[in-house]
Design a protein around this ligand. Structure first.
Ligand SMILES: Cc1cc2nc3c(=O)[nH]c(=O)nc-3n(C[C@H](O)[C@H](O)[C@H](O)COP(=O)(O)O)c2cc1C
Length: 338
């Protein structure tokens, strides 16, 4: 039986019989356990797609399909993601301070739309704990052969005026351990975070990170929201280029819930198929204005939607919601058909 059929017939019905967050925790617990057990990793490697290497911002990726931020917020299952065949993995969002996130329930499934809404609010162990975990993974020799990005956000308790210091704290701890760093200024679930996309605020953040990165010299990317106007993009691209960013991740989840029936709607960021077109539009708009590398995220659920992102100008793609609905078979179909 193919990985796709196995996931559709057995794994997904089991996971979807649980609440979205319980299903997520069960998957993460198993992948975390597998990450410590070489025999289990070898079993996962049976799903591995054939390599299709590509080099972007100085890093070599065995294939262009990555796991998007938010799946493994605390970096507990990195060897398992590599064994499953991802070309790269983005840990986080990590904040300077540990935080519990918003009250549950806070993830909602919409199978008819192949979508999710989440308002997790950056629940994570905090930069100190994640840095210690990643340091020990590096020391163990189990660090994988794929690039590992770390996505940073602002702690909820930190006032916006102190956002730069908050990011710098996490950057100092985590940049030395990462292959690339992402500045997440686009989650809709931390009050005020998206205002850091405005020109002056973004400029201040990027300048400070640039100074801090003089010694670490890691590729730094910014992740943007699909709810910006296309006019807002111009200053973001200009600031990113002027401050030596390695690329842009387009996009995070959307606040446009028009695809979801009113009676079932929830507060939070919408991901999956209804986001696809909008995020592709952003990739195309960035590419028409800049040569910066683009990592596309939003509604990739099959080879057609993946190819659409690459043809719009992305070098790399990331999946989250599509992986929830289709499992490891998605990765195989993306890496073989694009
Ligand atoms: C449950 C959930 C949690 C997420 N958490 C984060 C996060 O912590 N940081 C982040 O940058 N993006 C986060 N995202 C956004 C994804 O990384 C991705 O950009 C977005 O979902 C669009 O891709 P998709 O349509 O393939 O899901 C999250 C998405 C979901 C569904």
């Amino acid at each position: 039986m193919s990985a796709d059929a196995f996931y559709q017939r057995f794994v997904r019905p089991l996971l979807f019989s649980l609440s979205p967050e319980a299903a997520h925790n069960l998957a993460i617990r198993n992948l975390r356990a597998a990450s410590h057990w070489p025999a289990a990793l070898r079993q996962l490697e049976r799903f591995q797609p054939a390599p299709k290497p590509t080099t972007v911002f100085g890093l070599t990726f065995p294939n262009p399909v990555g796991l998007a931020a938010g799946f493994d917020k605390n970096g507990v299952a990195i060897p398992a993601w590599a064994a499953l065949g991802f070309g790269f993995v983005e840990v986080g969002t990590v904040t300077a301070k540990p935080q519990p996130g918003n009250p549950k329930p806070r993830i909602f499934r919409y199978p008819d739309q192949q979508a999710l809404i989440n308002r997790l609010g950056f629940n994570n162990d905090g930069a100190d704990v994640v840095a210690a975990r990643l340091r020990s993974l590096r020391a163990s020799g189990r660090w994988p052969a794929i690039p590992v990005g770390i996505n940073l956000g602002k702690s909820k308790v930190t006032p916006l005026e102190q956002a730069v210091e908050d990011y710098l704290y996490s950057f100092r701890l985590l940049a030395p351990l990462a292959d690339y760093i992402v500045l997440n200024v686009s989650s809709p679930n931390t009050p005020g975070l998206r205002s850091l996309q405005q020109h002056d605020a973004l400029e201040e953040l990027l300048r400070a990170i640039r100074r801090e990165n003089e010694t670490t010299a890691k590729p730094v990317l910014v992740k943007i929201a699909p709810d910006l106007s296309l006019a807002d993009l111009e200053p973001i691209i200009a600031t990113s280029e002027q401050n030596g960013l390695a690329g842009i991740i387009a996009t995070n989840t959307t606040l446009d819930h028009s695809a979801i029936p009113k009676r079932a709607d929830q507060t939070g960021g919408l991901s999956g198929v209804p986001l696809r077109e909008k995020s592709t539009e952003f990739v195309r708009a960035i590419r028409s204005r800049s040569q910066l590398p683009i990592v596309a995220s939003g509604g990739i659920c099959d080879a057609v939607s993946a190819r659409e992102k690459l043809e719009a100008g992305a070098q790399l793609i990331q999946v989250y919601t599509g992986y929830v609905y289709r499992g490891p078979g998605l990765l195989r179909s993306l890496t073989s058909d694009v």
